[in-house]
Design a protein around this ligand. Structure first.
Ligand SMILES: Nc1ncnc2c1ncn2[C@@H]1O[C@H](COP(=O)(O)OP(=O)(O)O)[C@@H](O)[C@H]1O
Ligand SMILES: [Mg+2]
Length: 325
């Protein structure tokens, strides 16, 4: 089914309190890490999520999995509202959602062998043991392109790319449906990045996986994404089918990001005009009134300083939050 939605966020917000004082903590401000975000991901689809560091990508990914509970709004997974569920009710659902981290070094226990790392979810959640466990672990090693003979080694004995493969093997061990890939190739050599992307694509086809693929630049998600969402200071400012976004981006922020992406054509590349955004993004603790982007926007007008633009469908499946589009 083309329109079969696996996961959906409705008006999702995550505010982190900023406190002062050691003994009696006072709440002095709020960081709006994710601010009234709505979107969905279809079954078997990859949604690329792009934005500068600190714009809320990781928080959004973790909130979809309910590793962070939202301040308001809802997350529907296979039609069920996860925000209403208690921790023990969430446990079986969390097994269907996994996360792959930027640096698996931080997420893989250094004292466990590679084999134990991949075996753990099978042992704990599916009570598999003995010969069957060893066979399944060996199978998973092969599926992610690792030699099962390496299962006695420890994470520090693997290269960065191999470690990421190990993290992927662990993530897919209990056959999840949805995987948040949180900048999974940002820490890898360029030569290895394409291999990991290809592996993720192969696994998606083989296991009918759905991905939220997070990256901080648009060139990384181009190949793997079916649709792309662009985030700026806690909000999705544009979301569209991949080709529509790269061919005819509409939000001035997306256009600026795209102008920084190298184009694999020498003529186009020589005439490419880079748009340099003024200044840094404002602090998420003190957002400007109106559109979050207006202080840096090259085309902003008066209304942008006053009114928050809503995400609107301006062409079929192409949503933009800008007063001027
Ligand atoms: N646990 C937390 N407590 C307080 N602030 C946080 C926490 N996690 C993230 N933040 C803040 O929320 C904002 C978004 O962070 P994050 O989701 O990590 O962004 P990204 O992944 O896009 O770099 C940042 O300003 C960050 O400092
Ligand atoms: Mg992050």
């Amino acid at each position: 089914m083309v329109n079969d939605i696996l996961i959906e966020a409705k008006d999702l917000s995550v505010y982190f309190p900023v406190t002062k004082g050691i003994i009696r903590q006072r709440r002095i401000a709020e960081i709006k890490a994710v601010d009234a975000v709505s979107f969905f991901i279809r079954r078997g689809e990859t949604l690329g999520l792009v934005g500068e560091s600190g714009c809320g990508k990781t928080t959004l990914g973790r909130t979809l999995m309910q590793l962070i509970r939202p301040s308001s709004g809802e997350v529907f997974f296979e039609g069920e509202n996860l925000c209403r569920l208690k921790e023990d009710e969430l446990r079986p659902i969390r097994q269907r959602m996994q996360i792959i981290f930027q640096d698996p070094f931080d997420s893989l226990d250094p004292r466990m062998s590679a084999g134990e790392i991949v075996a753990e979810p099978l042992r704990v959640h599916q009570k598999i043991k003995g010969k069957r466990l060893r066979e399944q672990v060996g199978e998973l090693f092969k599926v992610v392109g690792l030699d099962p003979a390496m299962s006695g080694r420890y994470p520090h004995q693997f290269s960065g790319g191999q470690r990421q493969r190990l993290g992927i093997a662990r993530a897919i061990a209990i056959r999840p449906k949805f995987i948040v890939c949180d900048e999974p190739i940002s820490a890898l050599d360029v030569s290895i990045q394409a291999q990991i992307i290809n592996l993720l694509e192969d696994l998606q086809t083989e296991f009918n996986l759905t991905y939220l693929f997070i990256a901080h630049d648009l060139s990384v998600v181009r190949h793997i994404s079916h649709r792309v969402a662009v985030m700026y200071l806690g909000k999705i400012v544009e979301i569209a089918d991949r080709d529509a976004l790269y061919r005819s981006a509409k939000h001035p922020y997306t256009i600026a990001l795209l102008s920084a992406v190298p184009i694999p054509d020498p003529y186009v590349e020589s005439t490419r005009e880079r748009i340099i955004l003024k200044g840094e993004p404002p602090s998420p603790m003190a957002l400007p009134p109106g559109c979050n982007f207006h202080p840096r926007c090259p085309i902003g007008v008066e209304v942008c300083q006053r009114e928050i633009p809503l995400l609107r469908e301006v062409e079929e499946n192409h949503w933009v939050a800008c007063h001027l589009v």
